[in-house]
Design a protein around this ligand. Structure first.
Ligand SMILES: [Zn+2]
Length: 374
């Protein structure tokens, strides 16, 4: 039995709803320092999105050795109501360990810590890139850590993010990329008036409807070898007109696009803005992340081999799902995500199978060793 389960319990017991600071990072430092890691912790940002705590820890191998990084987050989403046990009091029932963050992703971070105990220090340099702001706006988190590392000239050769990527059983999926995401606010301004005198008013709703119909009918692309087709969804329509005899002055809507590497956030924003203007409206985009792809190759094979050796399963190489901090780390080095089964993430009664923690620790040991020695 490994210590991963104990590490996971210690992390779960430190409440860390996003943005996280304090105790959970002290716990992490207390685990890493005895393993020979030099631990840096710093706060970034102000309310409401901060302050956020970030941790960079490094154990240096012999000079000239390779540098492998584990990355992840210690913040969690709010627990919500109706848990069978207290969400920040880890509880074992049968094979399962319950607690907020058990799979997303304190469990995986516990496995990373356990994993490095089994990688001799002279194998190479290992670091931990751990933020308290992944589940929130991610403004003061991993991006600040990347700046922190750049200032010190710390450059990992490869990075593994421990997000819960497995679907039905540990090992069945890894992420070699993620789609980008852009949300766009649309608005059409008309001229308010009485419905009985439409010639004296200008109704913005028909123009908004035509705009949305055109946007909804777009085929953005047909997908690529590694990505599903980009998708545009209408996520809100808002007029807020309570009077049955008034033509409203304004109509608004919002769309959300998840897109592959055929596009950039800017290229899609430009396209939508042109359509909005054609219908006499305006569009205001906010890009939350660009897509990334670590093309299948040496690194994905390392991860795949490690998973197969411990589970007998060959992981599917996927780019599905939401965004993650890998969207920032990809600027530093090749990055792949692999972690626990995600069935209960963000849910009530989040739980991890304790045998999976032991298995994932061994998988992480194999990946780190391969990354440093190949
Ligand atoms: Zn996560």
């Amino acid at each position: 039995m490994s210590d991963a389960i104990e590490f996971a319990q210690r992390l779960i017991a430190a409440p860390s709803v996003t943005p996280a600071t304090g105790d959970v990072f002290a716990e992490m430092e207390a685990m890493l320092a005895p393993l020979g890691f030099e631990v840096h912790r710093f706060l970034k940002g102000e309310a409401p999105d901060g302050p956020v705590e970030n941790l960079f820890a490094i154990r240096r191998g012999p000079s000239g050795s390779k540098h492998f990084a584990f990355a992840g987050h210690l913040d969690v989403v709010p627990p919500g109501e109706g848990w069978a046990s207290a969400p920040f009091t880890p509880e074992k029932r049968g094979e399962l360990l319950y607690g907020r963050g058990a799979v997303d992703m304190k469990g995986a971070i516990a496995c990373m810590v356990e994993a490095v105990r089994h990688v001799p220090a002279d194998t190479g340099t290992i670091s931990f890139i751990i933020t308290g702001d992944e589940e929130g706006p991610a403004v003061y988190g991993t991006r600040a850590l990347i700046d922190f590392m750049a200032e010190r000239g710390e450059e990992p050769d490869l990075c593994l993010v421990g997000e819960p990527t497995s679907v039905n059983r540990l090992g069945d999926m890894m992420k070699i990329g993620r789609r980008g995401s852009v949300n766009i606010w649309l608005e059409v301004v008309g001229n308010q008036g009485h419905v009985a005198y439409p010639h004296l008013a200008e109704n913005p709703i028909p123009r908004l409807v035509a705009m949305l119909a055109e946007l909804d009918s777009l085929t953005l692309d047909d997908g690529t070898d590694w990505f599903q087709p980009s998708n545009l969804e209408i996520t809100d329509i808002e007029v807020g007109n309570v009077a049955h005899n008034v033509i409203p002055a304004k109509a608004k809507a919002r769309i959300s696009i998840r897109f592959n590497d055929v596009h950039s956030g800017q290229s899609l924003s430009d396209k939508v803005m042109a359509i909005a203007e054609k219908h006499g409206g305006h569009a205001k985009p906010i890009i939350s992340g660009e897509p990334f792809l670590t093309p299948p190759g040496v690194f994905s094979q390392m991860v795949s081999d490690a998973v197969e050796s411990e589970t007998g399963v060959t992981p599917e190489q996927s780019t599905t799902g939401g965004t993650s901090d890998a969207r920032f780390l990809r600027a530093v080095c090749p990055v792949i995500e692999f972690g626990l089964v995600n069935a209960t993430m963000h849910k009530r009664d989040e739980a991890v199978a304790m045998p999976d923690l032991d298995t994932l620790s061994r998988i992480y040991t194999r990946i780190a060793t391969a990354a440093l020695t190949s």
